[in-house]
Design a binder for this molecule. Structure first.
Ligand SMILES: [Mn+2]
Length: 428
């Protein structure tokens, strides 16, 4: 655990400069008719984005993996890392598990472990894209040709049963949502029938949905390609919407920013799904070409800002209560440093979107004044809101400079000593 005293110690030196920066920015915002600085800070104090259990380990590519050292060996240790992350950022209050990569033998004990560290359980993720010992029946049953879309009813049954098992595990942990990401699809034209595959998946999702307790949500997550390279069943937001509707009232669509073809207008997709009442949540990451799993906001910060503008539009001035999670896992950064940077990028985009003068934008739109509309957006986007984000962290007892504090405290060094250099945290 990273204790608060060490963070406070780290903050002491940075505080005078932060106070000056916040004052200066608050004065300018008030003068320019933007949202009140205090309003932004308090929204940020309340904001949380979940960390997935697989992002605390180094991600691999098809070409190899280079572990950071000190990676968590167990789900308990993944929770410890998220608790350390949250201590630094103040904005990562929950962890999202991935079953069977995480398959706790003692769910109530794990829940206690998390609770003692102030961490809750975000959406459960069910993995039916790899064979796992509980499903293969000694190798007889396999997901090689799909899970819910499989032509073999016995394989489909096993996939539904796994999802139901994950729901029950989530109930024991205090989670309230299931994310179903399916690798199901076609690699070669003619290999399977598009419509039959879709209908089998819709039927499976309906059966999983029927198992959801009251108060639970279920998310369908689209992805255009990979590992199915010709036709993924849930390949775009339209398919995702159709599947969510087919599944039932508790189902909605999850938007993973990396799950789009280059230059897709993701903010427009967000607007459409919100309009349809089926926008469920986000997996934040960034991408140059495909599902690159790069640090959120590192490639297209303006897109991230525009997405938050759509969210605030959908929530009529407030951020709607959706499932917000970071989903990334790359190769060359310390995974916790990567998560610190993504969390900050999300908070910056949220703060900038809050600064948009929505009345002025609406007026410019009514007047067909494209230049004025751009000016309104850019005036918010170009504002350096980092002091507000840092102040929100400070008020929450977190670090003014989380990356600096993380390095100063030597968390990774300590974990390497404790856990070793060769540990691997992810399941692929
Ligand atoms: Mn995802």
């Amino acid at each position: 655990m990273i204790d608060r005293e060490r963070i406070a110690e780290h903050n002491r030196e940075l505080e005078p400069r932060l106070v000056r920066d916040v004052e200066h920015l608050a004065t300018n915002l008030a003068t320019d008719g933007h949202a009140d600085a205090e309003e932004v800070i308090s929204a940020l104090v309340d904001f949380s984005v979940a960390a997935p259990s697989w992002a605390v380990g180094t991600g691999g590519t098809r070409f190899g993996r280079f572990p950071a050292g000190g990676e968590p060996r167990t789900t308990e240790e993944k929770i410890d890392d998220v608790a350390a992350l949250h201590a630094l950022t103040g904005s990562n209050r929950s962890i999202s598990l991935h079953v069977p990569w995480d398959d706790p033998a003692d769910p109530p004990g794990l829940r206690e472990h998390a609770l003692a560290r102030g961490i809750g359980f975000d959406a459960m993720n069910s993995n039916t894209f790899q064979d796992n010992p509980s499903t293969t029946d000694g190798g007889r049953l396999t997901y090689k040709f799909g899970s819910l879309a499989n032509t073999d009813p016995e394989v489909r049954e096993v996939a539904v049963a796994h999802n139901r098992y994950v729901i029950e595990l989530g109930v024991a942990l205090g989670s309230q949502a299931l994310t179903v990401w399916l690798a199901d699809g076609i690699n070669h034209p003619g290999q399977a029938d598009h419509r039959d595959q879709f209908e089998r998946v819709a039927d499976g999702l309906r059966r999983i949905h029927d198992h959801l307790p009251d108060g639970w949500r279920m998310y369908t997550e689209h992805k255009p390609y990979e590992p199915a390279f010709y036709a993924t069943v849930n390949q775009d937001w339209g398919s995702s919407l159709l599947l969510a509707r087919a599944a039932g009232d508790k189902a909605s669509c999850l938007v993973d920013l990396g799950h789009h073809l280059p230059n897709a207008n993701i903010e427009q997709i967000v607007s459409r799904l919100a309009m349809a009442g089926r926008l469920g949540g986000f997996h934040f990451n960034d991408s140059k070409y495909g599902d690159d799993d790069l640090t959120t906001g590192s490639i297209k910060p303006f897109q991230l800002f525009l997405i938050f503008c759509e969210l605030i539009r959908a929530g009529d001035g407030r951020l709607p209560a959706l499932a917000y999670m970071i989903d990334q896992s790359h190769n060359v950064k310390d995974p916790l440093e990567d998560l610190i940077q993504s969390t900050e990028a999300v908070a910056i985009a949220y703060a900038q979107a809050m600064l948009v003068d929505r009345a002025a934008l609406a007026a410019a739109q009514l007047d067909n004044d494209a230049a004025r509309a751009q000016q309104v957006l850019q005036s918010a986007f170009r504002t350096d809101v980092r002091p507000l984000v840092a102040e929100a962290r400070r008020r929450g007892g977190a670090a003014i400079d989380p990356l600096g504090a993380y390095r100063g405290i030597g968390y990774r060094r300590t974990m390497i000593e404790r856990r070793g250099t060769g540990t691997v945290a992810t399941g692929l």
